[in-house]
Every structure is written in structure tokens, then in C-alpha cells.
Design a protein around this ligand. Structure first.
Ligand code: ADP
Ligand code: ADP
Length: 234
């Protein structure tokens, strides 16, 4: 079943030096429960694409829908609500440095009406899910890169999102840590049935966990399909 759909999406940025066509007629369908990879060189439009799906930006033209909601029709308040159903992790983790692991993970829950008891249970469950037992009171500066990304993942999952967006989430990590984070994402995808969309410039990341891939080049999708098909031919 289809979860995310982009139809003929264009994104044009106006700059002092003229306009930049960041995305050009991009159409995509991402199914529920899938791990969908978007790969491309620097400047291809990957971050723009993920910011559009995360509702941080609006397309210049075209439509984006998640589930049965067409995002381009929503009011700002509805967009904020919708954003809570989307989790995101980042290359540089974007943790709050003056807060503990537990407080970072609790952060998205502060905006909801969840009761204290429930909140504590939710945080304990999330800590266990990402394998950070015993680190609840540590500060981000006391953690390894892999552990920091585990906090990022737990925070992103706090509100039970329908989709997890990963923006170069392993690009700052060494190969062994990258593997452990990718394994965790795969495990979460399997156990929760969570849809994951990841952008990367590394083929190996796509090959390790994605079922489908779209290749983005100069704002256009130049190839798309099952990972084995797209990367099979010479
Ligand atoms: P990628 O993530 O694949 O590196 P981006 O989406 O960041 O690609 O960028 C695609 C193109 O859009 C680039 O030419 C970039 O310079 C341009 N671009 C991205 N964001 C902006 C912005 N806020 N204002 C102007 N140009 C932008
Ligand atoms: P605001 O909605 O207040 O403008 P920002 O977009 O500035 O929030 O993000 C505030 C912090 O939350 C940043 O550190 C950013 O990394 C993080 N963040 C942004 N979007 C998400 C998301 N979808 N999931 C988790 N954290 C996010």
C-alpha cells in the first residue's frame, strides 16, 4: 500500500544570481513498510526532496501526499500536526547538548499531552529499543557517534511516526558503526513495520538495507526500481 506520493514536483529557489531548479518534475511512490533509498551526488537535490517530505518546505508546483492527506492543501496548523507523524534523523545528530539522553528522547513528547507515568515508560521502551540501557543520564558529549545516532533514532520514534526520514544518517560514522546503525534501522523496520526513507551519496548504504532506490541527478530521477535491478546492469 502506498504511503508517500510525489507527483510532478518542482522546486525552484530564487537567489541573487537567478533561479535554481533544485527539483525538476519528480514523481515518486513509496509504499508502507518499505525502506526506500534516494541516492545522488552532492547538489542533486536530495536534501530538498527530504525537506519537502518533512514539510519544512513547499514545492513550487506539483503535489505531495502522505497517506490520504494532500500536504499542499493543509493549513500551517495542520502541517505542524502532520509533521509530528514524521520522524527524522540527521548526519550530525542535532541533539540538544545541555540535555541528557533521556531528556533528548523526551523532547518531542513535551509537545504532547502524554501523562508523566506513560512518558517514563515510553522513554524506557525507546532506550531499550535502541540499546542505550544505562546511558539515560549521560550527556551527548559523553557518547560515541553511534550512540549519539541511537539517541537520534529514539527521539525520532518517540511519537510513533508513520515514516522515518534519514538524512545522510551514517555519513559521519565509521564503517563498523555505520553497519550497526543500518542493522538497527532494519530491525526497527521489521519489528514495527515502519516505512523508512533515506538519502545518501553512498551506494553501499543503499545495498545494505534498501528494497527500492531512486537515483537523483541534477534534480531529476534518472532511474528507479528494486535495488537489485537498478544496480544489476553494467
Ligand atoms: P543535495 O542534498 O543532493 O546535495 P540539495 O537539495 O541540497 O542537494 O541542492 C540542490 C540544488 O539546490 C543545489 O544546486 C543547491 O545549491 C540548491 N539549493 C538548495 N537549497 C537552496 C536554498 N535554500 N536556496 C537556494 N538554492 C538552494
Ligand atoms: P521549529 O519547528 O521550532 O522551527 P526546527 O525545524 O528549527 O524547529 O527544529 C528544531 C530542532 O528539532 C532542530 O535541532 C532539528 O534538528 C530538530 N528537528 C527538526 N525536524 C525534526 C524532525 N522531524 N524530527 C526530529 N527532530 C527534528
Amino acid at each position: 500500500k502506498e504511503l508517500i506520493q510525489l507527483k510532478n514536483v518542482e522546486k525552484i529557489y530564487q537567489t541573487e544570481n537567478g533561479s535554481v531548479h533544485a527539483l525538476n518534475d519528480v514523481s515518486l511512490e513509496i509504499n508502507e513498510g518499505e525502506i526506500f533509498g534516494i541516492i545522488g551526488y552532492s547538489g542533486a537535490g536530495k536534501s530538498t526532496l527530504i525537506r519537502l517530505i518533512n514539510l519544512l518546505e513547499k514545492p513550487t508546483s506539483g503535489t505531495i501526499s502522505i497517506g490520504d492527506r494532500q500536504l499542499t492543501d493543509l493549513s500551517d496548523r495542520q502541517l505542524r500536526e502532520e509533521r509530528r507523524t514524521i520522524g527524522m534523523i540527521f548526519q550530525h545528530f542535532n541533539l540538544l547538548w545541555s540535555r541528557t539522553v533521556a531528556e533528548n528522547i523526551a523532547f518531542p513528547l513535551e509537545l504532547t499531552k502524554i501523562k508523566k507515568k506513560q512518558k517514563e515508560k515510553r522513554i524506557a521502551d525507546l532506550i531499550r529499543m535502541v540499546g542505550l540501557e544505562g546511558k539515560e543520564s549521560a550527556y551527548p558529549s559523553q557518547l560515541s557517534g553511534g550512540q549519539k545516532q541511537r539517541v537520534g533514532i529514539a527521539r525520532a520514534l518517540a511519537n510513533n511516526p508513520r515514516v522515518l526520514l534519514c538524512d545522510e544518517a551514517t555519513s559521519a560514522l565509521d564503517p563498523k558503526t555505520t553497519d550497526s546503525i543500518l542493522s538497527l534501522l532494519l530491525e526497527i523496520n521489521k519489528s514495527l513495520g515502519l516505512t523508512i526513507v533515506l538519502i545518501t551519496h553512498e551506494m553501499s548504504v543503499i545495498q545494505k538495507i534498501c528494497s527500492k532506490v531512486a537515483v537523483l541527478d541534477k534534480g531529476k530521477i534518472v532511474e528507479e526500481g528494486a535495488v537489485n535491478d537498478v544496480f544489476a546492469h553494467p
